[in-house]
Ligand binder design. Structure first.
Ligand code: SF4
Ligand code: MG
Length: 334
C-alpha cells in the first residue's frame, strides 16, 4: 500500500503575549515533533486527553493552522511550503470533518448550497452536473435527495454530521481528517456515523486520520493508534497491539480508565492520576513524570525518545517494566 500522508517533526507553538506592549513572554508548545505516516485505506487514530494537541495536529495537517515547523507530505507533495493557489488544489485531496455538526454548517445555506460550494470552489462541477452530484452525495451518506432544499436547523445532530461528511466527500478527497466526529452526538447515533465512515472508507478507498478521546470507538475503527500527551506522541502501535500490550504508562492508564465494552470484563477504573500539566510550562524530562507510577530520577531530567519496543513505538525509559494489564489478560474484546 502506498503512503498517503507522511508527517515529520510537525510542531505548532502559540506565542503567549502579556502587557500593554503585547510582548511575547513564552510559547504554548501545543504540538512538538510529531511524526507519523498513514497508508492508503488505513485509519490512524490520534488519542489523548483534551488539550493534548490532537486537534491542533489535525488542523496543522491541512494548514488550517500554520505549522511552526516540520513537514507534511500528501502523496509525496510537501504541503507546508505550498503557495495559496497550490494549497487550494491540495485541499481538494484532504478534507476535514469537525466535532460540532451544529457549528460547522452555515445556517443560512441550504444543503444544496453547502454541497455545491466546494465543487465550484475546486472546479469539479457546476450547474446541472453539480445538482446531480448533490443527490448522489446525499444518497451516499444515507440521506434522501429531497433534503437538499432544507436548512441545517431542520436536521438532527446525526443528520447534520452526515451532511458534513457529504461536504467532505464532494471534492473526492484521498484523506479525511475526522476531529472527534461523533463525540457531540447522542450515543445511539454514534455507531451509525462510525459505521458510515467505515463503509465510505471501503467504498472510496479513503484514508482517515481519526482524532478521538473515545477508546472504544478507536478500537473499532483504527488500523493504528498514536497516543499524544502534552503535544508529543508517546506511543504508537497497531490497534490490536496497543490494546493487548500497551507499553507507555500513560497509554495503560487511559485504557484502564476507559469504560469496558463487556460488562463481565470490568476492572478497577483507575483514572490517570492528577491533572494534565500546562503546555505553557511542561514538566522537565518526561512530561508525564508528575503523574507516572513508574517515574524515577532519570525521568525528571531526561526526555525519553521514541524507540521500538516489540511492535510498538514508545517514549518511556521504563517501557519494559510495565506489567500486563489485567484487562488484556481477561480479554475484553467486544
Ligand atoms: Fe513514566 Fe519515566 Fe516512562 Fe515517563 S519515562 S512514562 S515518567 S516511567
Ligand atoms: Mg479537540
Amino acid at each position: 500500500m502506498s503512503t498517503v500522508l507522511e508527517v515529520s517533526n510537525l510542531t505548532k507553538h502559540f506565542p503567549v503575549r502579556r502587557g500593554l506592549l503585547r510582548r511575547q513572554v513564552g510559547a504554548v508548545q501545543a504540538v512538538s515533533d510529531v511524526s507519523f505516516s498513514v497508508k492508503a485505506g488505513e485509519t490512524l487514530a490520534i488519542v489523548g486527553e483534551s488539550g493534548c494537541g490532537k486537534s491542533t495536529t489535525g488542523r496543522a495537517l491541512l494548514r488550517l493552522l500554520e505549522p511552526s515547523a516540520g513537514s507534511v507530505k500528501l502523496d509525496g507533495e510537501e504541503i507546508t511550503a505550498l503557495p495559496p493557489s497550490r494549497l487550494r488544489a491540495a485541499r481538494r485531496q484532504m478534507q476535514m470533518v469537525f466535532q460540532d455538526p451544529f457549528g460547522s454548517l452555515n445556517p443560512r445555506m441550504t444543503v444544496r448550497e453547502i454541497l455545491v460550494e466546494p465543487m465550484v470552489l475546486h472546479g469539479i462541477a457546476s450547474g446541472a452536473r453539480a445538482d446531480a452530484r448533490v443527490s448522489e452525495l446525499l444518497r451516499t451518506v444515507g440521506l434522501a435527495p429531497y433534503h437538499a432544499e432544507r436548512y441545517p436547523h431542520e436536521f438532527s445532530g446525526g443528520q447534520r454530521q452526515r451532511i458534513c461528511i457529504a461536504r467532505a466527500l464532494a471534492t473526492r478527497p484521498r484523506l479525511i481528517v475526522c476531529d472527534e466526529p461523533v463525540s457531540a452526538l447522542d450515543v445511539s447515533v454514534q455507531a451509525q456515523i462510525v459505521n458510515l465512515l467505515q463503509d465510505l472508507q471501503r467504498e472510496f478507498g479513503l484514508t482517515y486520520v481519526f482524532i478521538s478521546h473515545d477508546l472504544a470507538v478507536v478500537r473499532h475503527i483504527a488500523t493504528r493508534v498514536a497516543v499524544m500527551y502534552l503535544g508529543r506522541i508517546v506511543e504508537e502501535a497497531e490497534t490490536s497491539a496497543l490494546f493487548a500490550d500497551p507499553r507507555h504508562p500513560y497509554t495503560r492508564a487511559l485504557i484502564a480508565a476507559a469504560p469496558r465494552p463487556a460488562p463481565g470484563a470490568v476492572v478497577g477504573r483507575e483514572a490517570v492520576r492528577g491533572d494534565a500539566p500546562s503546555a505553557l510550562n511542561p514538566p522537565s524530562g518526561c512530561a508525564f513524570h508528575p503523574r507516572c507510577p513508574l517515574a524515577t530520577e532519570r525521568c525528571k531530567t531526561e526526555r525519553p525518545e521514541l524507540r521500538a519496543f516489540g511492535g510498538n513505538t514508545v517514549a518511556c525509559h521504563h517501557a519494559e517494566q510495565a506489567e500486563p494489564l489485567p484487562l488484556a489478560a481477561a480479554g475484553s474484546a467486544p
